[in-house]
Design a protein around this ligand. Structure first.
Ligand code: PEP
Ligand code: MG
Length: 308
């Protein structure tokens, strides 16, 4: 048993019929990277950077952010690290940003919308990320995308940040992959077009399920309706994966669904390339992948998606 655990920590895993699925870790603060590694993470699939901005009176400086991002990149020693830009608003408030109370915060001023409207705040984070890029394998990811125009704007600001740092003679990685989260039905439905704008997708099922099924993810009265295996949800995920693969782009899943025992075989059948889960779930997910048969899951899924 102990030997088996050790093997799963060090090894990459394949399904019973030989399809490789990467298992990455979600982290919420830099020190968590140690736990992720101890549990066999092959990369960081989602570093939620909100923690840096919460419980304080002003935003963190570029240097403070740089130190946090560099720490994670160095600890991961060249393994992929996907860092998500600020995702606040919705249920996560930050006093110093003076976000007004909204009737529908999850449909309101949050994440990329807030960042595109607070250009300096956003650019400061992007500069910290760019400066940290030379310490490992950084990938930058934008949350809550609904249109290609938002992606273009975000990439423009990233380019400005890059130009400003270069002008100062600061050393940066020349090629940094940029990806987006697919967590709105709009993004899934436009995933063929969005795939042309980015290097990878990561599906945020926590929000994608919420928005597809019109169920507030924080409202316990309707939580019984929150179903990751719902037909419409699975159709959107499948569409996203197929569209990305047609353009040669990889797709991960970083919502809670990626560690749900029942959902993992389904996601494998859909063809996702990577699952990113909480550190405590990594070994269980690796085991589950080994016990799954890709082809038979794919066939079952195709029937299900037809409504059979
Ligand atoms: C998601 O929506 O699935 C996700 C991973 O992002 P968060 O839970 O931080 O909204
Ligand atoms: Mg989300």
């Amino acid at each position: 048993k102990k030997e088996e655990l050790k093997r799963l920590v060090v090894s990459e895993v394949k399904t019973g019929d030989g399809r490789k699925v990467k298992v990455y870790s979600n982290i919420g603060f830099p020190e968590e990277v140690e736990i992720a590694l101890k549990n066999g993470a092959e990369g960081i699939g989602l570093f939620r950077t909100e923690f840096l901005f919460m419980n304080r009176n002003s935003p963190p400086s570029e240097d403070e952010q740089f130190t946090a991002y560099k720490y994670v990149l160095e600890k991961m020693k060249g393994k992929p690290v996907i860092i998500r830009t600020l995702d606040i608003g919705g249920d996560k408030n930050i006093s110093y940003l003076n976000i007004e109370n909204e009737l529908n915060p999850f449909l309101g001023y949050r994440a990329i919308r807030l960042c595109l409207n607070n250009k300096e705040l956003f650019k400061t984070q992007l500069k910290a990320l760019l400066r940290a890029s030379v310490y490992g394998n950084l990938k930058i990811m934008f949350p809550m995308i609904t249109t290609a125009n938002e992606v273009k704007q975000a990439k423009e600001i990233l380019q400005e940040a890059r130009d400003e740092l270069k002008k100062k003679g600061i050393d940066l990685c020349d090629k940094i992959e940029v990806g987006i989260m697919i967590e709105t039905p709009a993004a899934a439905l436009a995933s063929d077009i969005l795939a042309d704008e980015v290097d990878f997708f990561s599906i945020g099922t926590n929000d994608l399920i919420q928005y597809t099924l019109a169920i507030d993810r924080t409202n316990e009265k309707v939580s019984y309706l929150y179903d990751p295996l719902n037909l419409s949800v699975l159709r959107l995920i499948k569409m996203t994966v197929d569209n990305a693969h047609k353009k040669g782009k990889e797709v991960g899943v970083c919502g809670e669904m990626a560690s749900d025992e029942k959902a993992v075989p389904v996601l494998i059948g859909i063809g996702v390339d990577e699952l990113s889960v909480n550190p405590s779930k990594i070994l269980r997910v690796k085991k589950k992948i080994e016990n799954t048969n890709y082809i038979s899951e794919k066939e079952k899924l195709e029937e299900y998606l037809l409504g059979n």
